[in-house]
Design a protein around this ligand. Sequence first.
Ligand code: NAP
Length: 299
Amino acid sequence: MITGKTSLVGLLGNPVSHSLSPIMHNAAIAEMGIDWCYLAIPCETNNLTCIVKALEHTNCKGLNITIPHKQNIIEACAEITPLSHQVGAVNTLIRNENNKWTGTNTDVDGFLFPLINESFENKAALVIGAGGSSRAVLTGLKTLNLKNITVVNRSSKRLELFLETMAKNSHDENQSFRKIQGLNEKDISVIEHLKNADLIINTTPVGMTSHSKKVDDPFNFPINEEIWNHIKPTAIAYDLIYTPRPTPWLKKCISQGCKAIDGLEMLIQQGAASLRLWSGIDDVPVEIMKNAINDYLSN
Ligand code: NAP
């Protein structure tokens, strides 16, 4: 029951009404017996600093940050963790010893979780998209000892900026970012990189239910539909989006023999990691979070 003693945790973003985070977090909070309530709070960019500072003075125990604030939020934090600095983005605010906000990033661990039992040493990865989530993906890939990473994007300008920022933020003795090559999605050599890739990650919203209304729309495929006829059957296809399940791209990759992973596990694991940080409790009921989301999506 929400009482006068209940504390707030929540999500700041815009829009947030579609978010599954309140569903999974409130299910976990109830199971853990913590007197908290998780709310999705819509927040315009102009009001971000003011809202975050105001929440610092309340009984708010922690916050998640989503689109479009993951980069802007850095300025509103008293400090950020080295990992957030590397990614250049924050998705979680935790209280520091002075009760101020420390920005951290749980998207990297969330992204890596479904890959834990795979080995990618000396293998090749292809990442589609050079936006906010791609930063977390690249930071995670850097830990997998890959032979090379190719990033493919629609806009060359954004790709260039993305690669520059990632290289600048990286304090990496192995210089993993030297192994990264950027290609425009129209570049003819994309197909060769795709044929050699063992792990392919879609970080664009292309194929998401709300992005294109018709399921058989050719624009539901990152890059284009035909190119995926050339994917290695042994490759892993990882889509950060998870509606519909499977996404049109994952469906195609499965038909080519590939193993498919969608973004639901990443969503749940980044949320579980945030909850561990806020509560100080390691044993977060991840299965309860999964069940809550699956129940919600199947209704
Ligand atoms: P973002 O910063 O806006 O970046 C979007 C990227 O997708 C850009 O590289 C953009 O290319 C590309 N793109 C967008 N529309 C495209 C189109 N029609 N054709 C080709 N490329 C297109 O977004 P984000 O924060 O990275 O999020 C991307 C997706 O990942 C979202 O759908 C989000 O829901 C999902 N996500 C999932 C999780 C999870 O936990 N599962 C976590 C984070 C994000 P240009 O540079 O050319 O515009």
